[in-house]
Write a protein that binds this ligand. Structure first.
Ligand code: MG
Length: 334
């Protein structure tokens, strides 16, 4: 939900960034020691910073990120309507990122025919996030321009960050959804970009042949229900060469699953990680990041992205700095 709200607000915040004139000489000094923190392959999902990324001097903000030891970015906020990222021309965005020493590896984009975009457009049903199988060709078609734009930027991964809110309520619905994911991945692959899917907790809901809603068993408020987890059906029904997975550690926990067990069971499917804790990385103690990273690297993967929710806190840069510092201190993180 928060991601969608952010995407809706992305055009507004970029206008704000333009209005401020994008100069902040006081921050220029931070550009000096890029990667001073270490030589790890640290990444950031830029959704983390919300408006803070575009506030005052965008270019200086990118340098501030690089100075934390972060070298890879995963984008959020590409708008299929204007083909900009957070309201910034995508080639300008890439140039400024590169100048700061940041490599854009991946990008989150929802199918624009299913979800409202940054401009707040309604999808064709008038409901945000409704899916049915007859939307397949329209969805695949909509990804052609998106894939072209990302290929032009040299981005390796295009990730669908969530599933529609409505229309996926039983096992057959999930299979139909996976058929569209496969077709999307096939199209995106033609452009030289790898397609992937990122989980929240909704993918750990259970469905059955006859269920009319997806259901997360919650021992505190709801009875246990029989059924199969959507994520397990997705792993089975999507083609390994067409659909990769990006596992979000926090949302996997929220889905009552163990990230290490997921990395073990789906070693050949999960290629990317969102490293996320409750707020600042390592503070809650709820996630065993050592075991998570060890298994992730053992599987032969390299890209992970820090992500922190609550993007309107006004403290995201501060939280990111603490998280990156903590991560840089962990010997098991490469
Ligand atoms: Mg995430």
């Amino acid at each position: 939900m928060k991601r969608r709200d952010f995407l809706k607000g992305a055009s507004m915040l970029s206008l704000g960034a333009l209005a401020t004139g994008c100069t902040n000489p006081a921050k220029e000094g931070t550009a000096t020691a890029i990667h001073a923190v270490g030589n790890k392959n640290m990444g950031l999902q830029i959704y983390t910073l919300g408006n803070e990324l575009y506030a005052e001097d965008f270019s200086a903000n990118l340098k501030r990120i690089a100075n934390m030891g972060i070298r890879n970015l995963e984008l959020a906020g590409y708008d299929p309507a204007d083909r900009k990222i957070g309201g910034i021309e995508r080639t300008d965005f890439k140039k400024m990122a590169e100048d700061a020493g940041l490599n854009i590896v991946s990008s989150h984009v929802n199918p624009p025919t299913v979800f409202s975009g940054a401009a707040g457009r309604e999808n064709r049903t008038g409901r945000d996030g409704y899916f049915s199988g007859d939307m397949k060709s329209e969805i695949v078609e909509s990804f052609k321009q998106i894939a072209d734009d990302h290929a032009e930027l040299g981005i390796e991964y295009l990730i669908q960050p969530m599933m529609p809110k409505e229309g996926i309520n039983n096992i057959n619905d999930v299979k139909v959804f996976c058929d569209t994911l496969n077709a999307t991945g096939e199209e995106i692959k033609k452009h030289g970009v790898t397609f992937g899917y990122h989980n929240h907790n909704m993918e750990f809901c259970k469905v059955s042949d006859n269920s009319t809603s997806r259901f997360m068993g919650d021992i505190l408020t709801r009875p246990y229900v029989e059924g199969e987890q959507i994520i397990d059906i997705m792993m089975r029904e999507t083609h390994p060469d067409l659909v990769k997975f990006e596992m979000d550690t926090y949302w996997t926990i929220m889905g009552q699953n163990d990230p290490v067990a997921m990395l073990t069971k789906y070693a050949d499917r999960i290629e990317l990680l969102h490293i996320k804790d409750f707020v600042v990385l390592g503070e809650s103690g709820a996630l065993n990041f050592q075991n998570i990273f060890n298994k992730f690297f053992e599987n032969g993967n390299q890209y992970y992205f820090i992500e922190i929710e609550d993007i309107d806190s006004g403290k995201q840069f501060e939280r990111l700095e603490k998280s990156a510092t903590w991560l840089a201190q962990q010997d098991y993180v490469k």
